[in-house]
Design a protein around this ligand. Structure first.
Ligand SMILES: [Zn+2]
Ligand SMILES: [Zn+2]
Length: 539
């Protein structure tokens, strides 16, 4: 059994534990273990057999026992039982229709249906209104949702990393290409799609509808199906005739507005030929948001990035040491890494005092001895206090190579006050970059009221860059704002804000977000060699 397969089973187990109202910590522990296993460099099945699996982070005796059962018998008995008891296909369908997991299970019991198909039949026969708690309004809403035509969407967008994992996993198994919002690297993905090329669509559709990730099929015709996950997220599969694959891929990639402006599309086996037929140069998917028929610029690429300028260590809320982070950055081919732990005002987690910043400086100097010629920079993610002052004394900031300024608390300040507060901070001569300027947490906290236009003026005047934070739930600045910053002449920094070694992988999310803002390498500060990024550099 391969690692991704093991991880999928643990994820399924976690989803069902959640449905069954198990302790939420247990479900979360299984999800974390699944993530660890997906990223593990060696075979987990081997580790289980040799009794070494608990060396992996987050795998305790309970999860080890499940893994042993899975590796030895190919199944987890309790998982199979939960699947029988909880009918994940009904739950998936219910969530897609806007019902909670609990409500879906209640509904299924009351109607005595076991599958999504039976639920549809019961609804069509008018049996919904006989269920206690379902009034005519809810019935009408459910019937309408069941009959919904056109583009299926989840009730809220998926984070890009989760969507990539889900759609990428499905595309790999059915031998297709990722399309939809994921291919355009949207910060929140709603249209999830995979396109395959095949003369005979039946085996591909069968493979798709049989996937463990797909618990129910809500639409199906000859060359297309829409399945939903246990979380109620719809995924579309299109099986194109091979000679029309390129056309189908352009359409399924979107955005709908971009494609509509190109129609009618010529039929072609690949995208290059579609574009050639239109008399246009090929367009990178991440630029296909608004109608556009021109020649795209040479966008910044992951391989242009020479260093990461925002990461955390165990000195604040990170999980790895300075040296571990540095070695991992070096393995990624970088030339430098800035350690930017928090300052005390961040509140929720530990922050460094001036004294600790100096002690950390000694550790960074020692790390530099062993990782040279790679360079670890002394940085800080310094909180901007409510009055615009910074959370460390000026003489401490002046010692550092790289100062990020961040608003953490008080994101809800009115526009004028917040803008003034940030403006004040950017006027500090040691500040080099503004972190996550709009302060949003996708699906949880809206963007703050910061006046970006005003802010970009100050940033330009003060020589301060703005960050494209690569944390999957931030992606801040987002593409549209990156474009505004670039038009204002402000430099961009692509950073991960990594809190672990694996967090450094999120650079791709930051770079793709910058590309969505049309950024070229020259506009991204950390594509440059170190002397052009920071000066002077600490000894
Ligand atoms: Zn921050
Ligand atoms: Zn940070």
């Amino acid at each position: 059994m391969e690692n991704p397969e093991v991880a999928d089973r643990l994820d399924a187990f976690a989803a069902l534990l959640e449905l069954g109202d198990a302790n939420p910590y247990t479900a979360r522990a299984y999800r974390r273990a699944a993530e660890t296993i997906r990223g593990a460099p060696s075979s987990v099945a081997e580790l289980v057999r040799s009794g070494r699996v608990r060396e992996l982070r987050g795998i305790g005796p309970g999860i080890e026992a499940r893994l042993r059962e899975l590796v030895e018998t190919g199944e987890i008995a309790e998982l199979a039982e939960l699947e029988r008891e909880l009918a994940p296909d009904l739950v998936g369908l219910g969530r897609y229709l806007g019902l909670s997991a609990k409500r879906s299970v209640e509904l299924a019991r009351a109607l005595d249906v076991r599958t999504a198909e039976e639920l549809r039949a019961a609804a069509a026969a008018g049996r919904l209104r006989g269920v206690s708690g379902i009034g005519p309004k809810t019935e009408a809403r459910l019937l309408e949702a069941l009959a919904r035509e056109g583009e299926p969407r989840p009730r809220r967008g998926l984070l890009l990393n989760r969507a990539r994992e889900l759609v990428g996993g499905i595309a790999a198994v059915v031998g297709g290409e990722v399309a939809g919002d994921v291919r355009r690297w949207r910060d929140s993905c709603e249209l999830l799609a995979v396109v395959c090329a095949s003369r005979d669509p039946r085996p591909v559709l069968a493979r798709f509808t049989g996937l463990p990730q797909i618990v129910a099929v809500v639409e199906q015709d000859e060359r297309r199906a829409v399945g939903v996950t246990v979380d109620g997220v719809p995924v579309e599969l299109v099986v194109a005739e091979p000679q029309r694959f390129g056309t189908a891929l352009v359409r399924a990639t979107g955005s709908p507005a971009y494609v509509a402006a190109l129609e009618p599309l010529p039929e072609a086996p690949d995208e290059q030929t579609v574009y050639r037929g239109l008399g246009l140069p090929w367009c990178p998917p991440e630029l296909r948001e608004e109608p556009f028929r021109g020649a795209p610029p040479a966008l910044v690429d992951l391989t242009d990035i020479r260093g990461d300028l925002h990461c955390h260590t165990t000195w604040s809320d990170g999980r790895a040491s300075v040296e571990e982070m540095a070695r991992s950055a070096e393995e990624r081919g970088y030339e430098y890494l800035a350690i930017c732990d928090h300052t005390p005002a961040v509140g929720a987690v530990r922050g460094l005092t001036a004294d600790e910043v100096r002690r950390q400086g000694e550790e960074i100097a020692a790390a530099n001895e062993v990782v040279a010629p790679f360079r670890v920079l002394r940085g800080i993610e310094c909180d901007i206090l409510p009055d615009g002052r910074l959370d460390l004394p000026d003489d401490t900031l002046a010692e550092l190579d790289w100062v990020q300024a961040s608003v953490h608390g008080g994101q809800r300040m009115p526009r004028r006050e917040l803008t003034k507060r940030v403006e004040e901070a950017l006027r500090n001569p040691d500040v080099r970059c503004l972190s996550h300027p709009k302060g949003r947490i996708i699906n949880r906290r809206p963007e703050n009221a910061l006046d970006l236009e005003r802010l970009f003026e100050i940033a330009l005047e003060q020589g301060v860059a703005v960050e494209v934070n690569g944390l999957p739930d931030r992606l801040d600045l987002r593409g549209e704002h990156v474009r505004d910053a670039i038009e204002a002449g402000v430099e961009i920094v692509c950073s991960t804000d990594a809190h672990s070694v694996r967090g450094l992988d999120n650079m791709v999310l930051s770079v793709m977000t910058a590309r969505r803002g049309w950024a070229t390498p020259a506009q991204v500060l950390n594509t440059r060699p170190l002397p052009f990024v920071v000066s002077p550099i600490s000894p």
